[in-house]
Design a binder for this molecule. Sequence first.
Ligand code: ASP
Length: 720
Amino acid sequence: MRCFLTSVLIYLWILTPSASLQAEEGMWPLSEIHKLDLASRGLLMNPLELYNPDGVSLIDGIINLSGCTASFISADGLILTNYHCAFRAIQSATTAENDLFAKGFMAGSRAEELPAPGYTVRIIDSYRDVSDEVLSAVRASMPYARQTREKEKRIKAIVKRAEQRHVGKRASVAEMFPGKTYVLFVYTDLRDVRLVYAPPRSIGEFGGEEDNWMWPRHTGDFTLLRAYTGTDGNPADMKKENRPYHPDAFLRVNPRGVSEGDFVFIPGYPGRTYRHRTSWFLESEENRRMPWVVSNYEWMIDVLEKMPAGDRDVAIKLAPRLKGLWNVMKNYRGKLKGMRQAGITAQRRADEDRLQAFILSRPDLKPRYETVLEEIRELYEEDRRDWQARLACSYLPRVSFLLGTAHTLYEAAIERRKPDLQRKAAYMDRNFSRLSQRILRGYRDVHLPAERVLTGHMLAQLLSAADSAYAAPVRAALGDMESAAFLQHLFTETQMNSRATAEKWLQAKPEEFRRSQDPVMRLAIAIHPVLQRLEDEDKARKGRLDALLARLVEVKRIFQGRDFIPDANGTLRLTMGRIRGYSPADAVEMAPLTTLDGLVEKHRGESPFMAPEKLRRLVAEGRYGGFVDPVLGKVPVAMLYDCDTTGGNSGSPVLDARGRLVGLNFDRVFEATVNDYAWSDRFSRSIGVDIRFILWFLSEYSGADHLLREMGVSVADKEG
Ligand code: ASP
């Protein structure tokens, strides 16, 4: 990997050697790693072997797998990630007759590995700072929405140029500090990804939604995939004759694992955090958006869970959607609980009051910073207006697949007429075939009764905002029809439920759309202007907020006399910590490792606590292989540590002090979901599968010794 910048931080971080056991907040960008005193934190390897901006290092084995993290674990492109990250690949190969959820999957040979359609392996080639270039597109005199658009346009041009220069690569510009720092990343994207091994769902999701976001945990949330290239070694679409990819770097496994108190670190792709946002943002999350999402998703989950009524095909179709709804809903419940208990919004407000007092006490700072907080407050004040209708409107195309697809197809027809750089990013030539494929793949899971109920629910939410302008097109489409009759009309007369129809629309011109009599398409065309209006309003808000947040970061840094790292933004980061338990409540102490025996204790004989009979037998016979923890005398299943992670860190490797693989991150504890807003030494704990469970399950349960060998784990290791 090549790097052409010294720091994405605006200022130098003051390094504090920390050998203490106090955990440390920090998702460190690549550009900062060389400044950290890693040895004093517990690292026992040469930092250049961990990350070398001018050569190959361990970091080159870390990949982004369609939004999750994953890592190469063999010279032949074998990939380790979570079961839940590969869920769609497993689901798309599952039928009632060949039920991979029930059986799990193991390819007997490379030829038997299954395609994982839609999955992309993304490897960083290089990165460099492009802040000046991006920011020079903007003038303070421009209207706010225009500022955002100009910035976007400049970013698209930078990306296009980078992709012309690096043929066959993908480029992307990441916003590190809004309105302040921007970094261009160049990636290699591999499009042929195949499923090698998945445990049965009863293991990959042991504990199901009941245990999701919880500790103690006994979930074997792991899967193996493999990346392929064309015969010339370049990225290629899936083809039989393609060859396994040979990564520059891959991780070595430590089959002995780690113990309580040991140093660990995690490279990965954390998605989004909001730690630099103000109390007004937190307040809108806490009092409006999150409770709204929780109550709507609870309603949808309740309806969808009853829908299969014993029909396995329907259950398979609905599985990814239900999983997604559950995951968000429970995460938000955790966040709401955490925010309320700790009074996070009030704390942030108190911090802002102190900052404001500081600004007022400094005549040199007053002119530039005095009104920053007040202006941000006003912006969020305006945001309260019509918030329910705006939320319902923006969630409508996401929740209703058919309406959302019709909207995208119509918008594509409009956008695709413009010159490439003037289109919305999704419709640019470089993205459009991916988008088309994603739409068409989505049809596999369309279940019309579910579509109808969800669309009806979201329309009702929108209409409940009686005289909102955002609801006007839907009200007009309804005319004097009752909602139920309107829904009936939509769903009995539409052709949008067929993939062939979508394929046809992909080729159509805007005029043909406008002549359509299909009721779903007509509704999509009717709501297009309000969705566009929402987008324009968001751009205006972002333009205004970016300029304010940039000033806020500046003055906070002066006030605190130190710098901070940017919020997570889906770029590669490093976090460090220790294997460590926690106390979620008064008089409750949680240990940091769970065991196979504990998994069997949790077995209830029915989903989601259904330990396979073979697993229970192996445990009863004491068939632990060589994977027993010397302190516990048992095989560990899951581990807890105080590293700083968030969504997107799923599938990140957990590495020991020598950089060897000892676990696989997949979740956080309930109390830690709030760390997207504020980090806490007491509660911020992440959860991983212990490598010893992965190795034990592969070899003792599945007889996959060939995979252990491919990972460099010898039979001697296996036998202890
Ligand atoms: N489960 C999350 C993920 O999918 C990880 C987390 O939010 O802690 O990335």
